[in-house]
Ligand binder design. Structure first.
Ligand SMILES: C[S@@+](CC[C@H](N)C(=O)[O-])C[C@H]1O[C@@H](n2cnc3c(N)ncnc32)[C@H](O)[C@@H]1O
Length: 187
């Protein structure tokens, strides 16, 4: 049986909104922070391929989970690093060649990108306050004008706090809250 995102264990629930946002791009650079076993990666990359979009897709993850959060405990039980599960899932979905993997923390990886070079960044990484704040502050300058940033797990208090502070500091954005997701458009 062909592996698809539906069979991959994970949390991704952004399908409909992603489909709508993707309509606005024929080409570009997308970055996913926090892929875990690749559920979201598999959905987004499959959709990009089906729609024949010329999008370069980067995946940033430590594959170690987050210290102090359940995902960190799961990673520990699975040997400390779950990259092999992600890689196997991507291979089974036949999309290993469609992604650029950056196996390091987003707090370092953002330096690899030029300012205003990214069209979309989907953040489902470190959900602690400092981690969320760092991703917001570090990746915002990397987004092109008209670019989109999505922060997953907005309903989690530390995430909400960092996002709400970011919103109050910026008058160069439009945003909407869609359940668990904060979706921001850069002016
Ligand atoms: C909730 S999981 C992601 C779930 C995934 N998006 C899905 O579709 O199921 C969070 C992921 O973020 C990663 N992570 C946590 N902090 C990170 C950071 N600072 N940089 C990169 N990845 C990080 C963890 O290793 C974990 O794989």
């Amino acid at each position: 049986m062909q592996q698809t995102y539906k069979n991959i264990t994970g949390w991704f629930k952004f399908e409909k909104k992603f489909d709508l946002i993707l309509k606005g791009f024929d080409s570009g650079v997308f970055v996913e922070i926090g892929a875990w076993f690749g559920k979201g990666t598999a959905y987004m990359v499959q959709k990009i391929k089906e729609e024949k979009k010329q999008i370069k897709f980067y995946v940033i993850d430590t594959w170690k989970g987050t210290e102090g959060l359940p995902v960190g405990e799961i990673a520990k039980k699975l040997g400390g690093n779950v990259y092999r599960v992600f890689e196997e899932n991507m291979r089974a979905c036949d999309m290993l060649d469609d992604i650029d993997v950056i196996s390091e923390s987003s707090i370092i990886a953002y330096k690899r990108f030029e300012d205003e070079s990214i069209d979309l960044v989907y953040v489902d990484g470190d959900h602690r306050y400092e981690g969320t704040k760092a991703d917001l502050d570090n990746f915002f300058p990397k987004l092109r004008k008209g670019g989109v940033m999505i922060i997953d797990y907005y309903t989690f208090e530390p995430v909400k706090q960092a996002v709400d502070e970011f919103c109050s500091e910026h008058n160069d954005i439009t945003y909407e809250i869609d359940g668990n997701d904060w979706v921001m458009y850069k002016h």
